[in-house]
Design a protein around this ligand. Structure first.
Ligand code: ADP
Ligand code: MG
Length: 237
């Protein structure tokens, strides 16, 4: 699904979290939102998800005005940094939970969960509980749950931030492979330069609620259009 963000602004009290943000995201693309802490990345994602209403501006999903549309009508799956799997449910049940909103009979539901377990290379873990899994595996369960409803957009807010460097790296290439397979429009937030550079087809640089630059990793490092981008990229190399 294509996404069009049109002149979105959002304040918290007197703090301008998003300041006239314009952004076009093509159907099937993999876009990284990169910027320092407090720059508005999560707020933008939450506005896209419908968890937060903008003060002004519009969100268009596949050409439809979705600004006032409820979360459950947006066909969006998301994984947040502090996602929580249900500790008392097995991996299988956690993923199936994502399907509860759909009226599927139990056989279909079971098939769908099996498919997702396979896609996430978690076939062996269906009967495990979250505390029996590694951090990387848990994150894959969270992704599977988000994908269960076959969302048209996947929003990931620093999905790998809590994990150590080695696992983060594995998950990165794994996410790229997944996107290659299912090509769902994906927007992921990171403050990790390397993650954005390696994963994203297009990178959006946010600072103080404004988009400073949009481009491929190559374009950004070759031609940063202002000194903030230049310094930010240099510092984070
Ligand atoms: P980022 O994800 O880039 O770190 P955020 O979008 O989370 O930035 O936040 C941008 C700023 O908006 C932060 O300074 C944060 O304190 C503020 N903010 C975010 N959400 C809220 C909220 N619900 N209420 C008040 N302030 C908020
Ligand atoms: Mg954030």
């Amino acid at each position: 699904m294509s996404i069009l963000v049109e002149n979105i602004s959002k304040k918290f009290g007197s703090f301008q979290a998003l300041d006239r943000v314009n952004l076009e995201i093509k159907n099937g693309s993999l876009v990284g939102l990169l910027g320092p802490s407090g720059s508005g990345k999560s707020t933008l994602l939450r506005v896209l998800a419908g968890l937060e209403l903008p003060d002004s501006g519009r969100i268009w999903l596949e050409g439809q005005d979705a600004t006032q549309m409820k979360l459950q009508d947006r066909e969006i799956g998301f994984v947040f940094q502090n996602y929580a799997l249900f500790p008392h449910l097995t991996v299988f049940e956690n993923i199936a939970f994502g399907l509860e909103v759909k009226n599927l009979d139990s056989l279909l539901k079971k098939q769908r969960v099996q498919e997702l377990l396979k896609l996430m290379q978690l076939e062996k873990f269906g009967n495990c509980y979250p505390n029996q899994l590694s951090g990387g595996q848990r994150q894959r369960v969270a992704l599977a749950r988000a994908l269960a409803v076959e969302p048209k957009v996947l929003l990931l807010d620093e999905p790998f931030a809590a994990l150590d460097a080695k696992i983060r790296k594995q998950l990165r290439s794994w996410l790229r492979e997944l996107h290659h397979q299912i090509s769902v429009t994906t927007v992921f937030v990171t403050h990790d330069y390397a993650e954005a550079m390696e994963l994203a087809q297009e990178i959006v640089i946010l600072e103080k609620g404004q988009i400073l630059q949009i481009g491929t990793a190559q374009e950004l490092s070759d031609h940063p259009t202002n000194s903030f981008v230049e310094e930010f990229l240099e510092l984070n190399k």
